[in-house]
Design a protein around this ligand. Structure first.
Ligand code: NAG
Ligand code: NAG
Ligand code: NAG
Ligand code: NAG
Ligand code: NAG
Length: 384
């Protein structure tokens, strides 16, 4: 054996050629092939080998099981990939060979481009793509997603179209396919059809948790002149721990940012009138959520006792105008009524339950005093 090897060396073909499959008259493995159903790269074993290793592309290495096959978990179906098999032969030279899978069919520029997916609004998943630059005019695209380990598939329930072509797919509720008990990878897939051409597919692999756009938390506040307690809620099917970023602008001061880790409340001293917005973050995976709409809270003395304010600033402005209008109207009417009828005891909250911040605006029409009608409202008006 050793002398044979020496002879081979002296005849001196380059080593790389020695290793090439076509040049080896007696390869230790033959018929290397991909079995897409099982995601196994397999071969026929001929020689006496000590170990076999597979390399996907240039990055992922897998050790063969019983020297018979390499098991992959994510198998690209659209992106042509080089699989190299490296064989360590007992008492022989290392051997390596490669195949490409899948075969490239059709013009890659006809495939859907820029496929991107996002879990958003807590429950929904939307995937978008663009029509390929070299796509034939009759092209149509179809989407589905697949659990990479169970190979279960879901077709797109609702397409969004651009000029008659499907360019996005929306699942209103990820609970249709997402199982929180299983940590799964998904394969997102866009195939194409055309009468004249073969359209290659496009694909994307991801865990859902990595493609979530976090919703904005909802802030509520209770406050008096010395303290505002801000509280909020956050929810997601895919993330567990959140940090929060608050941006607060008090009166005419420049805004400041405060980070709250894991807790869901924040205390602001001497709050006065302030604007606040909030967004959630996660660290693993690193995600930064959407800012909430800025909300305005009025906690000044005289604006009312402990106030529960839920309305956003614009609603608040509208509510205030309505309240002031009603107040002025009712006060005028009240003075007229008072002259006609005796005071009615405990007629409360004349504007009804539609305003949740009633504590700020409620008065008792039954027990009039000089200043009861205008004061609270004027206070609020000055704040606006
Ligand atoms: C393969 O190699 C091992 C270790 O050198 C040896 O024991 C075994 O007999 C060989 N098998 C064959 C089929 O050559
Ligand atoms: C595949 O990879 C092997 C080694 O990693 C390389 O020798 C071969 O040229 C590659 N094939 C293609 C088509 O790029
Ligand atoms: C999504 O499905 C879950 C479970 O079936 C349900 O609790 C939730 O309300 C649904 N969300 C929407 C937006 O339909
Ligand atoms: C905040 O409230 C709105 C309206 O009630 C609701 O649609 C949204 O899902 C809530 N967000 C959170 C994080 O609870
Ligand atoms: C403001 O509210 C906090 C918490 O509810 C309370 O401890 C504090 O005494 C209140 N201050 C005033 C001036 O009412």
């Amino acid at each position: 054996m050793a002398s044979l090897w020496l002879a081979a060396l002296l005849l001196a073909p380059p080593v790389s050629v020695l290793l090439h499959k076509d040049q080896d008259p007696n390869p230790p493995i033959t018929n290397v092939r991909m079995e897409p159903g099982t995601k196994r790269l397999t071969w026929d074993l001929r020689g006496n080998v000590s170990s076999i290793e597979c390399v996907e592309g240039s990055t992922f290495n897998a050790k063969a099981e019983n020297n018979l096959f390499c098991q992959f978990f994510l198998l690209p179906k659209c992106t042509r990939t080089n699989y190299t098999v490296k064989v360590t032969v007992i008492d022989g030279e290392p051997y390596s060979t490669w195949i490409e899978y899948p075969k490239q069919e059709g013009n890659p520029a006809a495939a859907a481009e820029g496929l991107a997916c996002e879990v958003h609004d807590k429950d929904a998943l939307t995937c978008r793509w663009a029509v390929g630059r070299a796509a034939p005019s009759d092209v149509q695209y179809y989407f589905h997603l697949e659990h990479s380990s169970t190979a279960q598939r879901w077709a797109c329930p609702r397409y969004l179209t651009t000029e008659g072509k499907h360019t996005a797919c929306r699942f209103d509720n990820i609970s249709a396919f997402f199982d929180p008990k299983q940590h799964l990878f998904y394969q997102f897939w866009v195939t194409g059809t055309s009468h004249g051409d073969t359209i290659p597919c496009s694909e994307l692999f991801s865990e859902l948790s990595k493609i979530e756009k976090l919703i904005a938390p909802n802030i509520s506040a209770s406050c008096n002149e010395s303290l505002a307690l801000l509280e909020w809620d956050m929810s997601s099917h895919l993330q567990k721990q959140f940090d929060y970023e608050l941006e607060i602008r008090q009166g005419a001061n420049p805004p400041f940012t405060s980070t709250v880790e894991e807790d869901k409340s924040y205390r602001l001293t001497n709050p006065g009138t302030f604007m606040v917005k909030i967004r959630a973050r996660t660290s693993s995976p690193y995600l930064v959520g959407q800012w909430s709409a800025p909300q305005r809270f009025v906690c000044d003395p005289g604006a009312g006792a402990l106030s529960h304010v839920w309305l956003s600033s614009s609603l608040m402005a509208l509510a205030t105008l309505l309240t002031v209008g009603t107040a002025v109207f009712l006060c005028r009417r009240y003075s007229v009524l008072k002259t006609l009828f005796p005071p009615i005891p405990h007629l409360k909250d004349p504007i009804g339950g539609s305003l949740q911040n009633e504590k700020m605006f409620t008065w008792e029409a039954g027990r009039p005093t000089q200043e009861e009608c205008p004061v609270a409202e004027l206070q609020v008006l000055r704040e606006m």
